[in-house]
Design a protein around this ligand. Sequence first.
Ligand code: KDG
Ligand code: MG
Length: 401
Amino acid sequence: MRITAARVVVCRIGRNFATLVMETDEGVTGLGDATLNGRELSVVSYLQDHVIPLLIGRDASAIEDTWQFLWRTSYWRRGPVQIAALSAVDLALWDIKGKALGAPVYQLLGGRSRAGVMAYGHASGATPEAAVDAAHAVLEAGYLAVRLQCGLPGMPGIYGVDGHVRPAGAGFDGPYQEQWSTTRYLRTIPRLFELARAALGEDVHLLHDAHHRLTPSEAGWLGRRLEDHRMFWLEDAVAGDLQQSYRVVRQHTCVPLAIGEVFTSVFDCELLVREQLIDYLRVSPVHCGGITGLRKIAAFAEPYLVKTGCHGAADMSPITMAAALHAGISLHNVGIQEHAHHHSLAHEAFRHAWSFSNGYLDPGEAPGLGVEFDEELATRHPYRREYLPAVRAEDGTVGNW
Ligand code: KDG
Ligand code: MG
């Protein structure tokens, strides 16, 4: 079976999505997510101008060979634009293989190794009390795990609190400015989880995302204060650019640590995994080389007892969720899957076999990735440039988003 054509469809349904549609001479079509949030069109160009010409005529069944070919011949191996393009191709090829064989992709990955993939939902509020109220609703919806984020006293808009990304009326041509105070944050978050554990009970899994904002010693301090609330994880306490930073964090706290939603390959987590400095890897199949890339990273992490907890924000399309779940149901070292909710229309544009029930996600039994793309509906919702927020400390210093 040969690849005959491929195109990238860009749309905005709640968030911007770039979708690779790959065709073959046997009439089987594959879908891949190519969305690199905030920098979408660079991947579109990379695919259209540089990758698709290399794909035409290639054997659609040769997934590993195509992965290695695109990884090695690009020369610029590890950048997020290159990897998002490679990921889209990989997902489309797995989709084609599954459809051609009449099997859901997870069956081609070794079959089920668990009954379902535990999902975590999101709860947030302007105050710790409001966030805990929101968490009750998440648990009522069936989740067994919830990520809590809350505002900081006197500071409008903060990471993870509903409505912060683009307040009504804010323009699309420059990043929305978010304020930040580490002092207020470190004062607020221990209280949030003290309240949450008391109000939500002993059984619920509690998660938090610090979004790359702390130094290693601040992260160690926070981790210690969260230990008694038995967190499932503390995510992105420190940016992972300097992997050895996590030695300091680990020396100070035994709170479980997660990182990796911006990692693009096994090299970004090699030291973190080898020294067992983290517990969960947040890599997503759309940003780490597809299902093939995710499997390579998970296989490396397995002997070190590091599990996956794939990034599942709403700025990746339902195709990525499908891929994460086919991998998630079949890999052994899977911890949890983030489940942020897409715009309702996204579920129509990307009709999917995956589903959520009683705290668990399941990839479903449809052949391939199990997603049908309504291209006509998608193209009625054109792309619009949008940036992630910028964060500034009280003195105006720009910080990590
Ligand atoms: O676009 C960036 C988001 O995907 C990111 O901010 C979400 O950190 C995130 C998470 O854990 O879902
Ligand atoms: Mg995160």
